[in-house]
Structures are given as structure tokens and as C-alpha cells.
Design a binder for this molecule. Structure first.
Ligand SMILES: Cc1cc2nc3c(=O)[nH]c(=O)nc-3n(C[C@H](O)[C@H](O)[C@H](O)COP(=O)(O)O)c2cc1C
Length: 199
């Protein structure tokens, strides 16, 4: 069986969410039998559409802007309407991540919007799959995986006065890496299962 393909498509206005996207690719690529690729959601060219068409799983990433996905991400989302019409992504796996300045910042609203976007396409949503770390327990720590306690997808926080060289925190990047690995493993199981059913 050929390699399973995971594509990460993201927007990042100032570079913070881009670091999460790179981490998700690292996580996916670290899984044997998986190839991962990174795509800028503002470059709506044939290269992007053919990579997403070939992908077994697509991970969507956007900063949280005004409690929602960024306008640039939404432009990408709306540009997929002809794919939606012909059910081009039906049955592919999907997952998502977001980053904002606030610890909460309405990130959950954004992850829900990404899950709805995937559902519109008939995609199968893969959650983060981690218990909450950080302050969920009094023994928790900022360095914990999933310190922000997301379930739907990977969350990251970047203080507004720190550049992308300093934020998001390493634990948030490891959480995004976990999401990439989680999606990659799910895609492997899904594709092997599909092959067995069709044999
Ligand atoms: C237009 C705009 C709207 C924003 N809205 C929110 C918000 O609703 N909640 C929040 O916590 N941070 C908000 N922020 C902060 C960004 O989420 C934060 O700076 C993030 O790190 C930007 O990611 P990026 O560098 O990938 O663009 C906003 C920033 C901008 C520019």
C-alpha cells in the first residue's frame, strides 16, 4: 500500500499559527507510512487544490480573529464550494487547530467552526485525543501537553507582545505535533480498513 497522505492547510497573519502548522506536519511525518505536506491557505493555486484532492486527511489551522476563523481562512473555506458541490472531500479525515492571544480567546468557537466546515464536506473529524493538562489539576503545569484543555482540536496561546520565535509555548507546539500524529495514525487505520473492505 502506498503512503497515506496528510495535508496541513493554514493561515497565519503574523507567524504564530504557522508554528503550530509546522508542528502538526512534524507529528504526521513522524508516523511510519505517512507523508505530510504544508500549505498556505492564502495561495489558492492548482498546487493547493491537487494536494488537497490527493490527501487522505486534511488538517485545518487558523488564528482566532474576533472570536472566529480569520478572514483569509474563510476566503479559502468559501473557495472550496465547488469541491463541496461535487463531494470531492467526502470521507476524508479532518482535524483542526487554532491559536489566539487570550488563554480562552474564544478558541473553542473556532475549532467548532472548523469541525462544521469539515462536516459540510462530509469529512470524518478526528479529535485531539488527549486528557487536559495544565491547570486542570492542581499538579498541572504550563509545560503539560494540552495545557489549554482542548478536546475538539489543538489549542495554542501566543501573548500579543511576543513574536513567533517566542510563542506559542513549547507545550502548545507539542500538542499540535500530537494532533498531527493522531490524524496520521487515524488515516492509516482508515485507509487499511478501506482496503480490507474493498478486497
Ligand atoms: C484582527 C485580530 C483579531 C483577533 N481576535 C482575537 C480574539 O478574538 N481572541 C484572542 O484571544 N486573540 C485575538 N487576536 C490575537 C491573535 O489571535 C494572536 O495575536 C495570534 O497569535 C495571531 O496568530 P498569527 O500570528 O498566526 O496571525 C486577534 C488578532 C487580530 C489581528
Amino acid at each position: 500500500m502506498s503512503d497515506v497522505r496528510v495535508s496541513v492547510v493554514f493561515h497565519s497573519g503574523y507567524g504564530h499559527t504557522a508554528r503550530q502548522a509546522e508542528a502538526a506536519v512534524r507529528g504526521a511525518e513522524g508516523t511510519e507510512g505517512v507523508r505530510a505536506s504544508l500549505h498556505d491557505a492564502t495561495v489558492l493555486d492548482e498546487g493547493l487544490w491537487s494536494a488537497l484532492d490527493a490527501a487522505d486527511a486534511i488538517v485545518f489551522g487558523t488564528p482566532t480573529y474576533m472570536g472566529g476563523v480569520s478572514a483569509a481562512f474563510q476566503t479559502f473555506a468559501e473557495a472550496t464550494s465547488s469541491i463541496w458541490q461535487r463531494r470531492g472531500w467526502q470521507g476524508k479525515l479532518a482535524a483542526g487547530f487554532t491559536n489566539s492571544a487570550g488563554t480562552n480567546g474564544n478558541k473553542d468557537t473556532v475549532l467548532s467552526a472548523l469541525a462544521v466546515f469539515a462536516a459540510q464536506h462530509g469529512m470524518v473529524w478526528v479529535p485531539l485525543g488527549l486528557l487536559p493538562g495544565g491547570e486542570y489539576s492542581s499538579r498541572g503545569h504550563r509545560d503539560d501537553l494540552n495545557r489549554l484543555g482542548g478536546f475538539t482540536g489543538a489549542m495554542a496561546q501566543s501573548s500579543s507582545d511576543l513574536g513567533p520565535d517566542l510563542a506559542p509555548a513549547d507545550s502548545d507546539l507539542r500538542t499540535a505535533e500530537h494532533l498531527g500524529a493522531q490524524v496520521a495514525k487515524a488515516a492509516l487505520r482508515f485507509e487499511h480498513g478501506r482496503a480490507a473492505v474493498m478486497a
